[in-house]
Design a protein around this ligand. Structure first.
Ligand code: ADP
Ligand code: MG
Ligand code: ZN
Length: 481
């Protein structure tokens, strides 16, 4: 039986995080706002209006390209992509065609993982949106909302290097992380700020030539991308196995039915009558701008993960959780720097349990956490020194969240300091042994597990403040004597 391999290339559109549109001063914040409240003569194509390129959009697009190890072309050209659709008032989209601003990049999927080539990245404007109802009111025909028309996008085209649905998912996750890190895009998929088309073909394993591809549209979540690709692979294999041929076409993913269906035969580039936009001069990659952007490039997530595991001894998992978000990683590093040497692991634990849980519960970004990273570092110090039990650390953390106070102050205020004082501990141990004679006898007779109930009894007597490690030693001593 022939085995088949899937071949996938992704085209991802990301909205650049600018305040204003690509060629006019209208705001990019029109999502969910009153339709057509972010429009002007330029983005509604009034006769005589002219586009003026947004410098910030260029800067963000260049940052994305540098982060994806792309070459920046010294000169690129804006082209008109002509097609007719009611959401496109000019009847052409300003995009880039044969001279995009950047090419030949790559993206590493995860530590030690595979690399996917980036063919090109180009700048283009978004189109408007058609509405088919107004709340409950059905409309005969369509309404158009142009709030999105002219919003700046980059389209990132990958090489056909992806071989599984999981790889496609990992590629998108890595892409989103990098673009957010450099501030190029927020990549909020729910707001349509990151959209993906998947090109899928199959070939017999070991074959050199690619098969004919289908392009799948309407993939609005990472899960949909993976599911659609996996489904399309099986569909194409079935076509080939039954002696048929895959046709080049555009297909639509129906998430509810879990299948792709044919939408139209695929258009070719010549259908769009591309030509250079005479209203816009070529885009020159200014050398001093490029030099500044390179100098400002932050450490990227993969490099940061490698450094944190090597320097601070974090596990790969902790490093992954902490570096996924740049602000969270910054918070962690400041906290770890304020903690004593060797406490980084404890800082990581407090962050990934207590702090992430609270941030999630209150839907806060890490930058708005009501505690100072230095205080979290000091809290970890108290745990490592044995002053606080892990239960005590939880309680202090809760109070830090409410009061913004220094943990050292809170520990004395709440009387939470762990008791390691010999006299007090010995008295609790004596009482615990006296009231649990069976457990004491079992432990003496060699049943090590019996110590659990004795430690529990001491913790209860001490109101949770006894240092458990010290207690264990004293219990063993007590039952032997
Ligand atoms: P278009 O603009 O018409 O969609 P491109 O040549 O720009 O065409 O290719 C778009 C995407 O299709 C790229 O991500 C590329 O990697 C992918 N691709 C090209 N050929 C194949 C193929 N045979 N199988 C799967 N993906 C492919
Ligand atoms: Mg395409
Ligand atoms: Zn406008």
């Amino acid at each position: 039986m022939t085995k088949y391999e899937m071949v996938v290339g992704l085209e991802v559109h990301c909205q650049l995080a600018t305040r204003t549109k690509l060629f006019c001063g209208c705001g990019t914040d029109g999502y969910g706002e009153t339709p057509n409240s972010r429009i002007c003569p330029v983005c509604t194509a009034q006769p005589g209006s002219l586009p003026v390129l947004n410098a910030k959009a260029v800067e963000l697009a260049f940052r994305a390209a540098l982060a994806l190890e792309c070459r920046l072309n010294p000169v690129s050209v804006f082209a008109r992509k002509n097609y007719f659709y009611p959401d496109l008032p000019k009847a052409y989209q300003i995009s880039q065609y044969d001279k995009p601003f950047s090419e030949h990049g790559r993206l590493r999927l995860s530590e030690g993982g595979k690399t996917v080539g980036i063919t090109r990245i180009h700048l283009e404007e978004d189109a408007g949106k058609l509405l088919h109802d107004l709340g409950a009111l059905k409309i005969d025909g369509s309404l158009v909302d142009l709030n999105r028309a002219g919003v700046p996008l980059i389209e990132i085209v990958s090489e056909p290097d992806i071989r599984t649905g999981d790889e496609a998912h990992a590629y998108l996750a890595a892409l989103k992380e990098v673009l957010q890190y450099v501030g190029a895009s927020r990549c909020d998929m729910e707001k349509g700020e990151m959209r993906c088309d998947a090109n899928v073909s199959v070939r017999p394993e070991g074959a050199q030539r690619f098969g004919t591809r289908a392009e799948i549209k309407n993939l609005n979540s990472f899960k949909n991308v993976k599911d659609a690709i996996d489904h399309e692979f099986h569909r194409q294999v079935a076509v080939v196995e039954s002696g048929g041929r895959v046709v080049q076409e555009t297909r639509l993913w129906d998430a509810a039915k879990g299948e792709t269906r044919s939408m139209r035969s695929k258009e070719d580039a010549h259908d769009y009558r591309y030509f250079p936009d005479p209203d816009l001069p070529p885009l020159v990659a200014d050398e001093s701008l490029v030099a500044r952007l390179k100098a400002e490039m932050p450490e990227l997530p993969a490099a940061r993960r490698a450094r944190l595991t090597a320097q601070l001894g974090l596990t790969a998992y902790d490093a992954e959780v902490l570096t996924g978000d740049r602000a969270l990683a910054d918070f962690f590093e400041t906290a770890a720097a304020a903690a004593p040497k060797g406490a980084a692991k404890t800082v990581a634990n407090l962050l990934s349990t207590e702090m992430l849980a609270r941030l999630n519960a209150e839907s806060l970004p890490p930058s708005q956490a009501p505690i100072a990273p230095e205080h979290l570092g000091r809290l970890a110090g108290l745990v490592v020194a044995g002053t606080l039990s892990s239960k005590g650390a939880k309680d202090v953390f809760a109070r830090m969240w409410q009061t913004r106070k220094d943990p050292v102050e809170l520990v004395s205020e709440l009387g939470l300091a762990q008791v390691s004082d010999d006299g007090a501990l010995r008295e609790w141990v004596r009482q615990a042994v006296a009231s649990n004679p069976k457990a004491a006898a079992d432990l003496k007779g060699g049943k090590d597990a019996a110590i659990g109930s004795l430690v529990g009894a001491v913790m209860k007597l001490s109101g949770g403040k006894a240092n458990p490690a010290a207690v264990r030693g004293l219990i063993k001593e007590a039952v032997q004597s």
